[in-house]
Design a protein. Structure first.
Length: 453
């Protein structure tokens, strides 16, 4: 089986891949059932069951995970004595945010300027299509040379830990020699990249109460403690003057020694407005891959439209803290909660609740699987060598799998390069990246199987 024949097969399959991704993107599979119907996620899960079954997978099953969502599992047997590789993706997506901000409807795959737009095209429904393309290419060129397990998660974006807990309760289900997490991305289009580090995360809900009820600001303002003002004080305490994250007891001076991220390129990728400074200190790579980062995800307070002249009795916020390798996420959660309580002013009543958590991850990049991936990337991206980068986002399952299967080799690749704008409006995927990474994964599986023998 030559790399050219694999590449030709994948190229011939791209029209079908577009059709399938169009069908999958159409499911509004946001795993927040207060906002989106549960039936949308269940429909996406059934689509995946049918797709795996059609590819000859055995033991295909919908797994009801403890967080009330569904993941899909399947097993494709390979030659006797072959290694086992687990392929991961997730079918749940982030909410579309502002529908009006999308140039085209978020749940309709639309081709524009050489890219395919739609929520989940890159993160991470496209990752599932990548796995299917790779397996189909191998089948057409001599067969799949390893045992393959596929797991497609239904609540990764919510951070509610359903699949992690399910895996811990069924430790043999996902056991594998190598694990390919298809939920990362190249450092930029055309530069083949494995992600060797992920920050973990914690989500904490904060509520502050000061009064029995709202009061007229003219009659009581100036003496009555304003819960919204107290919340602003607390949130401000989470950042230093330069914008660096400052959680009491949490270290924030680590250094990233791998691939660096040019300041101007980062400004362009992030869409930073002219004249607005980046926050934090150290290199961009230090800030987004090696150090903690706090983000206020939402605030409960009256909107400007319709606001009344009132002193607010209650206010709340949802706070995310990204946690770098070397820091335990549970410990970081407790430090964050203690910080919020300690910095609440005026004796206001404060409560905190952890609503999500995932541990950070660092890969062993000297393993045989990484050598097999490097060769595959060099073949799929002629003239380019594999790069290693970090990722500021979290994939909580990684640390769970690393703990359950310490001998397994874990690699992270995928379609979420900067131009994909995952989690933002107008998310898109590059079909060229989908094609080349599908070739990469097929060649990796061939290389990895050869190494086993």
């Amino acid at each position: 089986m030559s790399s050219h024949s694999v590449a030709a097969t994948v190229a011939s399959l791209m029209p079908r891949a577009k059709e399938e991704l169009t069908e999958l993107v159409a499911f509004q599979s946001v795993a927040d059932f207060g906002q989106f119907p549960r039936s949308e996620s269940e429909g996406a899960a059934r689509w995946i069951v049918d797709a795996l079954t059609a590819e000859g997978f055995q033991d295909v099953a919908v797994l009801d995970t403890p967080d009330g969502t569904q993941s899909v599992y399947g097993f494709l047997p390979g030659p006797e004595g072959a290694r086992t590789v687990l392929l991961y993706a997730h079918y749940d997506v982030q909410p579309p945010l502002d529908d009006a901000g999308w140039t085209t409807p978020p749940f309709e795959l639309t081709e524009r300027d050489g890219r395919w737009y739609g929520r989940g095209t890159a993160d991470c429904k496209g990752g599932l299509i990548m796995h299917l393309l790779a397996l189909r290419a191998l089948k057409a060129n001599g067969g799949v040379p390893v045992h393959v397990k596929v797991i497609v998660e239904g609540s990764e974006e919510q951070g509610t830990g359903g699949l992690e807990r399910y895996a811990e309760a069924h430790p043999e289900l996902l056991r594998a020699d190598a694990i390919v997490i298809g939920d990362s991305g190249n450092f930029r289009p055309g530069l083949p990249t494995v992600t060797s580090m992920l920050r973990g995360m914690t989500l904490v809900r904060l509520r502050i109460d000061t009064l029995e009820g709202n009061l007229h600001s003219g009659q009581f303002g100036g003496a009555a403690p304003d819960a919204l003002a107290a919340l602003v004080r607390v949130l401000d305490s989470l950042r230093a003057e330069d914008g660096s994250t400052t959680v009491d007891g949490l270290t924030g001076d680590a250094v990233w020694d791998g691939l660096q991220y040019d300041d101007e390129q980062f400004r362009q990728d992030a869409g930073v407005l002219d004249g607005v400074r980046l926050i934090g200190s150290g290199t961009v790579a230090d800030r987004i891959w090696a150090r903690p980062a706090v983000t206020v995800l939402g605030i409960d307070c009256p909107p400007v439209v319709g606001a009344t002249p009132s002193v607010q009795a209650s206010a709340g916020a949802l706070i995310s803290l990204r946690v770098p390798p070397g820091t335990d996420a549970a410990e970081a959660t407790e430090l964050l909660r203690a910080h919020l309580e300690a910095h609440t002013p005026w004796g206001a009543r404060v409560s905190t609740e952890q609503v999500g958590q995932g541990q950070p991850f660092r890969a062993d990049t000297g393993s045989p699987a990484y050598r097999a991936m490097a060769d595959a990337m060099a073949a799929a991206y002629p003239g380019q060598e594999m790069s290693q980068a970090g990722q500021g986002g979290s994939i909580p399952l990684c640390s769970t799998l690393a703990a359950l299967y310490p001998q397994a080799e874990i690699l992270l690749i995928g379609l979420s390069e900067p131009e994909a704008r995952i989690h933002a409006v107008n998310e898109s995927v590059s079909p060229e990246e989908l094609e080349r990474l599908s070739v990469t994964e097929a060649l990796f599986l061939r290389n990895y199987a050869s190494g086993a023998s």
